[in-house]
Design a protein around this ligand. Sequence first.
Ligand SMILES: NC(=O)c1ccc[n+]([C@@H]2O[C@H](COP(=O)([O-])OP(=O)(O)OC[C@H]3O[C@@H](n4cnc5c(N)ncnc54)[C@H](OP(=O)(O)O)[C@@H]3O)[C@@H](O)[C@H]2O)c1
Length: 253
Amino acid sequence: MDYALVTGASGGLGEHFARYLARKGHNIILTARSEDRLRELAEELRHFHRVAVEVVAADLGTAEGRSAVVAAAERLGHVSVLVNNAGFGTVGDFADADTDRMVDEIELNCVSLTTLSRAFVPAMVERGGGTVINVASLAAYQPIPGMAVYAATKSYVLSLSQALWSELKPQGVRVVAVCPGPTETGFFARAGDESIMQRRRTPEQVVQSTFKALHRGVPSVIDGPANVLLGEVSKRMPMRIVLPVSRWFAGSH
Ligand SMILES: NC(=O)c1ccc[n+]([C@@H]2O[C@H](COP(=O)([O-])OP(=O)(O)OC[C@H]3O[C@@H](n4cnc5c(N)ncnc54)[C@H](OP(=O)(O)O)[C@@H]3O)[C@@H](O)[C@H]2O)c1
């Protein structure tokens, strides 16, 4: 059977990607660490959309967790849509950072996204079709003092996705990096500062922008007109201006 695999599906953007895909008739594999929450969502999606929904609880920040997800998906059938959404950020200066948390952030935001893509893309290529959605961020467009590691991980996601878009397009596999700006999810509470960037988009808007971008066949999309403008400004401004402004936006002084 064919599945859409959504990482970080226990809440926030991942939950909304899963809802959208189930509504469109996809069978879904939900993964994240919070098994109870995944089971509740699975129940709801089966009930309302009459699709098959499987739950694989795993820590994608570990090689074992990632292997467990890949093995479970291979047992179930094919992954034709991969949504690499799980990720987190940290607010604070680099010199004060907790090293373990910093490594976990890179493992989840970069290593997990890369290894899951590597696990499922070859079968998509073989079958001549498939979709990979990578959740990057507006943070990918400029370095952010006060969220330095997070912004660097998202630049990685954007760069990797754009290259894969080009490599895989002739093989019939669609790739898109979605770059949300501040969005109403549990992200900022987890990052350690709920008060910053209060004007936020909704997860539904981000999901809509993603599927519109896939339809247009573009390699990446920034969600929301104000965020598009910020991204454009960041690309054009000299670093001596971009750096203090982005530090101010991140709210870390
Ligand atoms: N919200 C924003 O403003 C914003 C802006 C730009 C980009 N993004 C990106 O959007 C993506 C989704 O974030 P969100 O905003 O929806 O935040 P969120 O509400 O905190 O959701 C994060 C999801 O990732 C999962 N996750 C965290 N650590 C994990 C791990 N070690 N293994 C497996 N799953 C893990 C969480 O589930 P468990 O805790 O159950 O594991 C949760 O389902 C992230 O990549 C984030 O960087 C968010």
